[in-house]
Design a protein around this ligand. Sequence first.
Ligand SMILES: Cc1cc2nc3c(=O)[nH]c(=O)nc-3n(C[C@H](O)[C@H](O)[C@H](O)COP(=O)(O)O)c2cc1C
Length: 183
Amino acid sequence: MEIAEAIKQRRTIHIFSKRKVPKEIIERSIVAANQAPSHRRTFPWRFTSLGMKKRELLYQLQLSLKFGNKSTEECNYKKIRDKVLNPSHLIVATQLCTDNKVQKLEDYAACACAIQNLSLSLVADGVGSKWSTGKITTHPDTYQIADIDPSEEEIIGFIWIGYGTQPPLITRPFLKTIYRERD
Ligand SMILES: Cc1cc2nc3c(=O)[nH]c(=O)nc-3n(C[C@H](O)[C@H](O)[C@H](O)COP(=O)(O)O)c2cc1C
């Protein structure tokens, strides 16, 4: 697939089927992520793929964050269950920690480039993804579940991966709004 086509087709997928994505497609996307630029070659991105047992724990955590000890209607459980357990893969994206403020900012930019590379690679293989940053993604229990040491790596989002429904088109700014030429 042409890069321009992959960029055009990439969208945030919200509804995933349970169909599994082959391992080689995931690995190809990680290789693509690793090709991202990073100032001073810090290569600050790390990706942790969570299996179903850990995702069950995240589902329980999401329920407690959303409803506390209260019970809710069955359809609400299903909605969250589908969200957490349907996508073929859940990859936790992390950034290596640094005390240097400038480097931290630039490293985040590098990680964002890596995540974009990853999602474009997936698009080229006919696979969708979503980068999410809800409360659960930075909860201390999530670090524990994913076995990520917060003194070494900071979670910058969840990357949900799978086959899903293309969302409706959204309006984007006009080119004349975002681009100007000055002689
Ligand atoms: C840093 C970052 C965090 C995001 N977090 C969420 C999120 O928590 N939930 C969500 O539904 N989408 C999230 N998104 C996806 C955006 O909602 C999405 O990119 C935007 O609506 C534009 O849609 P598109 O990706 O299909 O072009 C996030 C995107 C970025 C770059």
